[in-house]
Design a binder for this molecule. Structure first.
Ligand SMILES: [Zn+2]
Length: 440
């Protein structure tokens, strides 16, 4: 599911955070943090050998802590910008430079983006160091910094435009801007989802038609497509050279309309069997067939509207109380952007369980679909699916015992253990059973 990434990009651009388009997509990043609930050790559907288990637990703990620290630090940075007067200073610099609003807006945003990126860099670097240390990434620092620089450039350009638009709407409609800004924001989400795989993804990874190097696999995947009764022509299947940066395996569906496509990482092809890839592909096809991208967009729409309204109310409240101390005259001054980002960041953090819960439910549906999609094509769908989760978990060093709170708050997928356990027991073809998404 790439949609949430697109949405995050919009929100991050709005908030001025860089779009760190790391090689890992949302799908596998979450797998990183995922873990199994192997209560009955030895009999668990997903388990790790002792030495791997130890590393997986250590890695997952550090990742979890880093995730929460990163969010907290982002909020602290915004608070610091406000309380030290840095936000007011950035506005003075921008306004002092030119009377032209475009120059002012982009200057203010450049300062904001530079300072927040610089202050967030040590944690980002530590995150990359962890990935390398635990064998999850093979990307060297030069390439990693290159990605950061590209993200920064993209954020500056698109984020700057959004900031200009935001302040235009705030000036035109001081009390209803949260609604009027929501409309173009939704257009951007839709357009962004369409263009992302065409223009943004290739900036960070290499893609080629899957059929070019894996004609046999394309044939095997077309078998699954045929069972789904839909059409995904081979031109819509891509291979991503993920192995240049990461070691984990993944596949995903992205884009809408004419840009809709399935992407398989080359690491999956190297490490999973054709049958396991058929299952992983079936799962992705589930997202495709069950219209998860469109549903996700609708969900995002509701969430964004709530977020903007909260942003409006929160900003009003904070400015009334601290505006003078922070040197911010009103919501239509450039520096008010930092206040808005503070409210949006805090609200986004508390909205995380809602987003994660929604995603987990979609991911589970895709798991069901995937397993049903390979029925009749592979001999034992249950075993194939379970083994696919085993490979996935082992490769991404997934802790089999995730903390229940962390799972509830942050996991975009059910834990690998839960997924493997479900796969092991899911058999709707026994007497009296009926598949959920297929006739037979
Ligand atoms: Zn999925």
């Amino acid at each position: 599911m790439r949609l949430i990434r697109v949405v995050l990009c919009v929100v991050m651009m709005l908030s001025g955070w860089q779009v760190v388009a790391q090689a890992q997509s949302a799908e596998s990043q979450s797998n990183d943090a995922q873990a199994a609930q192997a209560k009955d050790s030895g009999k668990a559907a997903y388990s790790l050998p002792p030495e791997k288990l130890e590393r997986a637990i250590a890695y997952s703990r550090q990742r979890t802590v880093l995730g929460f620290v990163d969010t907290g630090w982002g909020i602290v940075v915004l608070l610091l910008l406000l309380t030290t007067g840095a936000a007011a200073w950035m506005r003075r610099v921008a306004v002092g430079l030119s009377a032209n609003r475009w120059v002012q807006g982009f200057t203010f945003f450049l300062l904001f983006l530079t300072i927040t990126t610089a202050l967030g860099l040590p944690l980002d670097m530590y995150g990359h160091h962890l990935s390398v240390a635990y064998g999850q990434s093979v990307q060297h620092w030069g390439s990693w910094f290159g990605d950061i620089a590209k993200s920064f450039g993209l954020s500056f350009f698109f984020g700057g435009l959004l900031v200009m638009l935001l302040f235009l709407v705030i000036r035109k409609s001081p009390t209803r801007w949260w609604f009027w800004f929501w409309i173009p924001a939704m257009v951007i989400v839709v357009v962004g989802t369409f263009v992302y795989p065409i223009f943004i993804d290739p900036l960070f990874n290499k893609f080629e038609p899957l059929v070019q190097s894996n004609a046999t696999l394309v044939g095997q995947l077309e078998q699954v497509v045929a069972r789904g009764g839909i059409e995904i022509p081979p031109e819509r299947m891509f291979l991503m050279k993920a192995s240049e940066k990461v070691t984990g395996l993944n596949a995903y569906v992205t884009g809408i309309g004419a840009s809709k496509r399935v992407v398989v990482w080359d690491t999956s092809i190297a490490k999973a069997t054709p049958q396991e890839i058929q299952f992983i592909f079936g799962h992705e096809m589930g997202h495709y067939v069950l219209n998860h991208i469109y549903k996700g967009m609708a969900f995002t729409g509701v969430l964004l509207l709530a977020l903007f309204w909260l942003g409006y109310r929160g900003m009003q409240g904070l400015l009334a109380r601290y505006g003078e101390a922070w040197g911010i005259a009103g919501q239509d001054t450039w520096s008010a952007f930092v206040v808005l980002m503070l409210v949006v960041s805090v609200a986004s953090f508390f909205a995380e369980p809602i987003t994660s819960g929604y995603q987990r439910q979609q991911e589970h549906a895709a798991d069901v679909y995937g397993q049903e999609a390979i029925h009749g094509i592979v001999q034992d769908p249950q075993a194939v699916a379970q083994q696919a989760f085993q490979v996935l978990g082992e490769q991404s060093l997934t802790d089999p015992n995730p903390n229940a709170f962390v799972e509830f708050w942050t996991f975009s997928h059910p834990s690998i253990g839960r997924r493997a356990e479900f796969a092991k027991h899911y058999n709707p073809w026994v007497a009296g059973g009926k598949p959920e998404y297929f006739q037979k």
